[in-house]
Design a protein around this ligand. Structure first.
Ligand code: CMP
Length: 494
């Protein structure tokens, strides 16, 4: 409940209470005059009729009194409920389950208030009514039978309340019934929103008998995902690649390192198990799917292969080749169309094409991370990326690069940490060019060094206009001069 809601509740309570108290006081004032006027009016009729009429009048005032007092009590209880359960307990873990306690609290207070008010208006009423509630075996049996299920649910609900094994927002799986996110817990039962967005309603008495698996909302719950690789691939490399890729998946907790282990040396290859912890467990289906997708992309890049039955091996390999392995000619075409490589001869461009590696990244993956060291630059062959910087803790897109654009040259040529993060927008294929293959080409083409340094100057100047967290690096390089930095880094002469 927000502050303004609470204020509203308080206002309603104060107005209701004032009206009721005023009515009660008014009633006190008019009660006696009306009674005496009424008695005087009936003096002409027989004493018996007067008695009956007066008794009726008295009862009328008593009933009005009882009703007003009861409304006052209910208003008060509602206000206390709002204050206690929705405001003070809101931040505690017992908040959601308190719906049950709250209902019981309201019923008890109202019942007690009813008897007290009745007693003040009709002296001895309690003694007369109490045996009805306590003594009558028949009523007891009738009520007991009628409320059998309801009471069963109530007591099962109370037992669970004492235990507090789950709360709203937890993901639960109930054997034979289904699984989903708890949406509501009441004295009757539990409402679960299933992963197909349906509502599953289970009574407390049924819940009390079932085994329930709970993934608490405020807990780091783990997931397991399985896959197989060929025996030809190194397990150490596979484990490292997977660990790195899983850590980057959205909703995977950075607090716990994912565990990647060999489960079995199976018939088709090495059986793997990945265990990772997720922050919002209600999204585990999406997270698992994203983990599998990222593994696929990482395997494509690192040339790791999934294990599959031998008869499909040949067909699958061809598909992969068609999809991702570009011929040197295509890469040559791409690099020839990149303006910065215009000064290169065809032979040099072909040399660059042959030594570059083709890598595919999934949407959301980082190709370059701000602050890390880098020994290569990238040309976008297909897709698009965002250049991002951290500004006061928040991530900001400063540029979008498309096919034919390149990035990573600043870190590569100056030897400084990466000035920005580059994250994939759509599935993107990049050509990675390492410093080793660029060096001989730069040595032969001083004008290329010049164009790169001009471009780096421009990008640096733009970064400087922003309030980035790597301004120190920018300063350092500006003083040294980008052109000299590049030459120094490659050990080139004047
Ligand atoms: P590098 O510093 O190696 O890694 C991050 C890359 O982002 C950087 O190289 C540039 O290629 C790119 N980058 C940084 N600033 C800009 C900018 N202002 N415009 C375009 N690209 C940039």
């Amino acid at each position: 409940m927000t502050k303004s809601d609470l204020r509203k509740q308080f206002f309603v309570f104060i107005s209701m209470a004032s009206i009721l108290i005023a009515s009660l006081i008014l009633l006190k004032f008019i009660e006696d005059p009306v009674k005496s006027y009424y008695s005087a009016f009936f003096t002409s009729v027989s004493q018996d009729q007067v008695d009956v009429a007066i008794a009726l009048l008295y009862n009328f005032f008593r009933i009005v009194n009882i009703v007003l007092w009861l409304i006052l009590v209910i208003t008060f209880v509602r206000f206390i409920n709002a204050l206690l359960f929705e405001t003070l307990l809101r931040k505690t873990s017992s908040y959601e389950i308190s719906a049950l306690v709250r209902n019981i609290f309201t019923i008890i207070i109202c019942l007690v208030a009813f008897f007290v008010i009745l007693q003040t208006q009709y002296e001895g009423a309690y003694e007369k009514l109490a045996p009805i509630f306590t003594g009558s075996a028949i009523i007891g049996v009738v009520i007991g039978l009628a409320l059998q299920d309801t009471l069963g649910n109530l007591f099962a609900g109370l037992a669970m309340q004492a235990d507090q094994p789950f709360q709203i927002g937890d993901v639960v799986a109930i054997e034979g019934k289904g699984s989903g996110v708890i949406e509501n817990i009441s004295w009757r039962g539990m409402k679960i929103r299933t992963f197909q967005n349906k509502l599953l309603i289970i009574s407390n008495s049924v819940l009390g008998k079932e085994a329930i698996e709970v993934a608490p909302r405020d807990n780091l719950n783990a997931r397991l995902v399985f896959f197989n690789t060929l025996y030809a691939n190194s397990p150490a490399k596979t484990a490292q690649v997977i660990r790195e890729v899983v850590r980057q998946v959205e909703n995977v907790s950075p607090k716990m390192r994912p565990i990647v282990r060999v489960r079995n040396l199976g018939d088709n290859g090495i059986d793997w198990e990945i265990k990772y912890w997720i922050e919002d467990y209600s999204k585990f289906n999406d997270t698992d799917a994203l983990v599998r997708q990222r593994i696929w992309y990482a395997f494509q890049r690192e040339k790791i292969e999934f294990a599959y039955p031998t008869r499909t091996l040949h067909i699958e390999t061809k598909m992969q080749e068609n999809a991702f392995v570009e011929t040197t000619n295509e890469i040559f075409e791409r690099l020839s169309n990149v303006p910065i490589f215009a000064p290169l001869s065809d032979e040099e461009t072909r040399q660059l094409a042959e030594s570059s590696s083709n890598r595919v990244f999934a949407p959301g993956e980082l190709i370059v991370r701000q602050g890390q060291q880098g020994k290569s630059m990238f040309v976008i062959h297909r897709g698009s990326v965002f250049v991002q910087i951290k500004e006061e803790g928040a991530t900001k897109n400063i540029r979008k690069l498309h096919e034919g654009d390149f990035f990573g040259e600043m870190g590569l040529f100056t030897g400084e940490p990466r000035s920005a993060t580059v994250v994939v927008e759509d599935e993107t294929e990049v050509l990675e060019i390492s410093n080793l293959c660029l060096k001989p080409i730069l040595e032969r083409n001083p004008e290329l060094v010049q164009s790169f340094s001009q471009l780096i100057d421009e990008r640096r100047a733009f970064l400087e206009t922003l309030n980035t967290e790597n301004n120190d690096d920018v300063e350092k390089i500006n003083k040294a001069g980008v052109f000299d930095s590049i030459k120094k880094f490659f050990g080139l002469g004047d």
